[in-house]
Design a protein around this ligand. Structure first.
Ligand code: DGJ
Length: 714
């Protein structure tokens, strides 16, 4: 047997028997079990907390087909629907075999092979289970050998079935600058669908993630919770169907809306992965599972320290020139951040990019604003001891651009219809290989002509309308899917050449926030809304699925709170600034410089530690978050008082995740110069005390004030 990473590859192949085998996909605490029935149909026997002992007779709760096909006897929303060459719109899938192989001590892959007994159609259900993290990744491959293409009209990544008394669904929805509002409701009989049909800026209204709590509303530290998300930067669909027997069936995958797919004989249709975890101790644990999985497997270079930065978008908009930028570099170095990030407005000559109505697509530095080009800026930044990063939006074009004039056939646009603009721009037809080359070359040229560029902010400021591809001709219903696949193709090429360049996934706020893209991107821009108060809710929402080093958080002039409040909020994510540093008072500059230094010291705990959401902003007039290092030696508490009412009483904050037997010191950090801590935490506390009695964190409760505590084991 071959050794992979020092571990022995274990391959178990089992073929169907009359009494089907139990196929267990399990992790440390959860278990998903399948077995074929007498007819050979694959049944989901169990999903949930691992039972002790795990025997066949304990797994009798469910008798639902694992991957429901359309056209046969099931009345459920199907996972798959095909139309065969002869027009037959049905599919039967029977179990053929399965195999499991251990990739290493933590990851096991399981493949279950299914086949139609009459038509030459094969389906493989793939699973990757992550033992320590309690996460499962599920995706599907569809293949056939019919004479002509097979029509696919539904193609879920995975299906899960539940039997509980009640189901509570939390969705994350919003709008531009109002992202990921959490709303929870009990599911009633019938269908509830969370989806997106927006293509590029896929989740402008609805983010591709959900929580499902069984029997009662989701709680932070108790109850059975499923947390699921789709690794796909495009249209997604989560369908929740409660049937007449009160069983719940979840279909997760690409949204088949306007996306009938013709699959050629021999070609494989691979769905994106549905990534999920299950916790029997509430949503807090579900989030920690996903964070650990993301850091170990889901996010590009997740263990590489992220760069703190100063961005110029909020400070200058597109009104700058090279002298002003060099001045701003001074601000970055005074703050002590790692990098300056030049935003939109640096390019376009025939159609200068001075507003959002021109220049997009013409990626040459504007010679009036930047007479010495980008290379000069890289060098000037380096002289001031900082790195230089750049904004790009390479998938888009303004009609007022040379690109649009030269390549009208590269633009997605409906025949016989007026062009529909959003932010004055159109989307390029990325399904066209020539456009893929163009996008790749723009990025490659920008990086190779200007050695030293250390970072890219990759923006995407509009959703898809004008959904017609000149390139796809009679395959228009492939557009949504092929667009996303083409985006990944470009990213694959770029990552082959630039494997470790940090790139922010930005989409005019939280329009792209998914693990399909985070394979290639190091962090994402959660919202253009950087108001400190609003950001508490936004970062709280994303924290259910993403670790804090992926959630970019910039200190800006949005919001009426103090600089300290806004900074304390940003320090809970991936810290950056987007503000006029030269307008700071001496004290503000001193505070911000010290905050950057402090952030560098505590960021390991915030990025890689265990998050405990102690108090939710949705449930109280304050929000409290705590990050604890794996070894329980250090913890950081972020405490935000939001709307304090007259004589409002705030209970002690009980910490979590500490070692009850250890003694800890508690210190307030990140104080504004000239202010003193209101706390008297001048003795040591046992972990048990901190978790049972807790700390009075609101001795002088005032609206829109905040504190950061550093807790250190003695
Ligand atoms: C939208 C982004 O979210 C902003 O941060 C900024 O980069 C603008 N685009 C620039 O056009």
């Amino acid at each position: 047997m071959k050794k992979i990473f020092g571990f022995v590859l274990l391959l178990l192949a089992t073929t169907a028997k009359a009494q089907g085998p139990l196929i267990r996909i399990s992790t440390n605490n959860i278990s998903l079990v399948y077995s074929p029935d007498q007819r050979g149909r694959l049944i989901q026997k169990y999903f949930g907390r691992k039972l002790q002992p795990e025997t066949a007779d304990t797994l009798s709760k469910s008798s639902q087909e694992a991957y429901v096909t359309a056209g046969m006897e099931s009345l459920l929303d199907p996972a798959i629907r095909v139309v065969h060459n002869d027009g037959n719109p049905s599919l039967e899938l029977k179990y053929i075999s399965h195999q499991s192989s251990k990739k290493d001590g933590n990851v096991t892959t399981t493949d279950i092979f299914l086949k139609d007994p009459v038509y030459p159609v094969n389906v493989v259900l793939h699973f990757e289970s992550f033992y320590k993290e309690d996460v499962i990744k599920a995706w599907t491959e569809i293949k056939h050998n019919e004479k002509q293409p097979l029509l696919l009209t539904a193609y879920s990544s995975s299906m899960l079935h539940f039997n509980a008394a009640k189901y509570w669904l939390t969705q994350f929805h919003g709008d531009w600058a109002r992202e990921v509002n959490m709303e929870e409701q009990p599911l009633t009989a019938g269908m509830k669908i969370l989806d997106s049909k927006l293509g590029t800026r896929a989740n402008m209204y609805q983010s591709p993630m959900f929580l499902l709590s069984l029997d009662k509303a989701a709680a932070e530290n108790s109850g059975d919770v499923l947390a699921g998300t789709l690794a796909w930067t495009g249209n997604f669909k989560f369908a929740f169907e409660v049937d007449q027997l009160n069983a719940l069936h979840i279909n997760a995958g690409i949204n088949p809306y306007a996306s009938d797919y013709t699959l050629k004989p021999g070609e494989t249709f691979t769905t994106p992965a549905f990534i999920f975890t299950y916790s029997a101790t509430g949503k807090g644990q579900a989030s920690r599972n996903l964070h650990h999985w993301a850091l170990n497997y889901g996010v590009m270079d997740a263990h590489t320290p992220r760069l703190t930065l100063l961005n110029n978008w909020e400070a200058t908009d597109m009104n700058f020139d090279e002298n002003r930028l060099v001045q701003l570099f001074g601000g970055a170095s005074k703050l002590g951040v790692d990098m300056f990030l030049l935003d939109d407005g640096w390019f376009g000559n025939k159609f200068p990019r001075n507003a959002d109505n021109a220049g997009l697509g013409d990626w040459q530095p504007n010679t009036t604003k930047l007479p010495h080009g980008l290379g000069y800026l890289v060098q000037e930044a380096q002289k001031q001891g900082i790195k230089f990063g750049i904004w790009l939006e390479p998938e888009m074009v303004n009609p007022k651009s040379e690109l649009y004039t030269q390549h009208p056939d590269w633009v997605l646009r409906l025949p016989n219809r007026e062009e529909n603009y959003y932010r004055n721009q159109m989307v390029l037809d990325l399904t066209n290989p020539a456009v893929q080359d163009f996008v790749y070359n723009i990025v490659d040229k920008t990086l190779s002509d200007n050695p030293g560029i250390a970072y890219i902010k990759w923006d995407c400021n509009r959703m898809l309308t004008n959904t017609y591809s000149p390139y796809l001709k009679d395959k228009q219903s492939h557009l949504f899917i092929d667009y996303t696949r083409s985006f990944y193709k470009v990213m694959e090429r770029l990552r082959a050449k630039y494997p470790h360049l940090p790139i922010m996934l930005c989409s005019g706020g939280g329009g792209r926030t998914d693990y399909g893209a985070l394979k290639y991107f190091t962090e994402f821009w959660p919202s253009d809304n950087t108001d400190g108060l609003e950001r508490i809710y936004i970062q709280y929402g994303y924290s259910h699925f993403f670790p804090s080093n992926t959630i970019s958080a910039h200190v800006t002039n949005w919001g009426k709170q103090s600089l300290k409040f806004r900074t304390d909020v940003a320090m809970m994510g991936k810290l950056g600034y987007d503000i006029k540093v030269d307008a700071f008072t001496d004290k503000e500059l001193q505070f911000s410089h010290d905050a950057v230094t402090t952030y560098r010291r505590i960021s390991d705990i915030v990025w890689y530690g265990n998050l405990y959401r102690l108090i939710s902003p949705y449930e109280d007039d304050r929000a409290v978050f705590q990050y604890v290092s794996d070894d329980q030696q250090k913890a950081i508490v972020f405490h935000y008082l939001m709307n304090v009412r007259r004589k409002e009483v705030f209970e002690h904050v009980k910490l979590q995740g500490l070692d009850p037997k250890k003694n800890y010191t508690v210190k307030e950090i990140n104080l504004f110069p000239g202010t003193n801590s209101a706390f008297r935490f001048n003795r040591s506390y046992s972990g048990d005390y901190l978790m049972t009695v807790g700390l009075n964190m609101a001795p002088r409760a005032t609206s829109l004030t905040s504190n950061i505590l550093e807790i250190t084991a003695e």
